[in-house]
Design a protein around this ligand. Structure first.
Ligand code: PMV
Length: 322
């Protein structure tokens, strides 16, 4: 059966600057449009949530009282439209079906993408013209529920679905972050998955502890900021060799901050070996770390190099091809 409405949102990859963005340094992120979370609304006699991938099925009363993140996001989106667009306060009698290709707990934005897709589906259902800034702000509010104090880079790149540079203006409390959309030269990445990551809030807290106690951590954070600025210039110029070296140094900074893992380091080191052979320009972990994904930036011809890299990386990683 065709749904009444279907909306989707992409996954994301932080190219550089994770963790440092929390401290006001810039970060670079891209949407992963090939991997998406989608929300479909089907006719139903009473509200029902279906997320078959998660084996989650909630009927009326359970859905309204549930504190499961998906149920809470539906309730909050419904509440948002009732306050801002005078729609009914109760969840409409629909079957809300949620499906996602974005691996969960990998630092690829699966939760944020679902928030964006749910919000856009309600906007379509109620025929409300919402701006992408509104989508971003709702997704950021939901990220705050689950991740404590997120910088906002995930919500920005997923809501706008465009490569961007993101920077919080910490000195001007309360001001919105600075977002610059980037027109990037084409490049090719291979993403390797080392398995579920620890919660983002845990990785952020680990870095916060280091930041307070160890002056070297603050130096690392500032250094990441410098690397990001240099990477932006390299990306715009299509200078993959320089970008690759910057990625690798960014990984080393994250390692020094304590958020890498042996599995991530193993993959990044494997990619480094192939750097001297002209296969890979650079590699690093992506997202909060403590598990999750890393990626390698490939030199052309990507197809050939992809095979070489996979044979070197296998069997430790599950690969996500883009
Ligand atoms: O969404 P994750 O788990 O990939 O991490 C977000 C990036 C951090 O910089 C670690 C946290 C943040 O809020 O920016």
């Amino acid at each position: 059966m065709e749904p009444l409405w279907r909306e989707s949102a992409p996954g994301k990859l932080i190219l550089m600057g994770e963790h440092a963005v929390v401290y006001g340094e810039p970060g670079l992120a891209i949407p992963l449009s090939q991997l998406r979370a989608s929300v479909s609304f089907y006719p139903a006699e009473s509200p029902r949530l279906e997320a078959p991938d998660l084996d989650l099925f909630l009927d009326s009363a359970d859905l309204i009282t549930s504190e499961h993140p998906l149920a809470l996001t539906l309730q909050r989106a419904c509440y948002y439209f009732s306050v801002h667009y005078q729609t009914p306060t109760h969840l409409p009698a629909l079957c809300y079906q949620i499906q996602s290709d974005i691996p969960v707990k990998r630092g690829m934005g699966s939760g944020t993408a679902i928030s964006c897709a749910i919000f856009k589906a309600f906007a379509a259902y109620y025929q409300c013209k919402v701006s992408l800034d509104e989508v971003q702000s709702f997704a950021q509010q939901m990220d705050q529920v689950y991740h404590g104090q997120p910088s906002g880079i995930d919500a920005a790149v997923i809501a706008h679905e465009r490569p961007l540079r993101f920077q919080r203006l910490l000195a001007h409390g309360g001001e919105p972050p600075q977002i610059t959309f980037l027109a990037l030269c084409p490049f090719s990445l291979l993403i390797a998955d080392t398995g579920p990551a620890r919660p983002t809030a845990e990785a952020v807290a680990l870095v916060a502890q280091a930041y307070q106690k160890d002056p070297k951590a603050a130096v690392m954070i500032r250094r990441i900021g410098e690397l990001v600025k240099a990477a932006e210039a390299a990306l715009m110029a299509g200078d993959m060799t320089s970008l690759g070296a910057l990625l690798y140094e960014n990984h080393q900074c994250l390692q020094a901050l304590g958020v890498s893992t042996p599995a991530l380091d193993y993959l990044v080191a494997g990619a480094q070996v192939l750097r001297s052979q002209g296969v890979v320009a650079g590699a690093k972990l992506s997202g909060a770390g403590l598990g999750g994904v890393c990626f390698a930036l490939l030199y052309p011809p990507e197809a050939l190099h992809r095979e070489q890299l996979i044979s070197c990386w296998a069997p430790t990683a599950q690969h996500i091809y883009l």
